[in-house]
Design a protein around this ligand. Structure first.
Ligand code: HEM
Length: 52
């Protein structure tokens, strides 16, 4: 299970962008992230990055 809570916002955003542009290999996240704009990924990173 991948845990997002506790990860910093800037790390989450960097990984979401890396999944989207193919820099980070993935089983599923490359498909999920392609469905979101950069602005939407920023919103997700801000939300999950605020969780303890
Ligand atoms: C929009 C909601 C989601 C966000 C924001 C998100 C975010 C992330 C992030 C930031 C990572 C990297 C974690 C790390 O480096 O430690 C990750 C990895 C991963 N997530 Fe997600 N995730 C989402 C939805 C999902 C869903 C729905 C699934 C499963 C159906 C999933 C499965 C995985 C898996 C398996 C990985 C490991 C990389 C891979 O093989 O794809 N995620 N996710």
């Amino acid at each position: 299970m991948v845990r997002l809570a506790g990860l910093p916002e800037d790390y989450i955003l960097s990984q979401l962008m890396a999944f989207r542009n193919g820099q980070r290999q993935a089983t599923i996240m490359h498909q999920i992230t392609k469905g979101y704009s950069q602005e939407q990924l920023e919103t997700l990173a801000k939300y999950f990055g605020s969780k303890k």
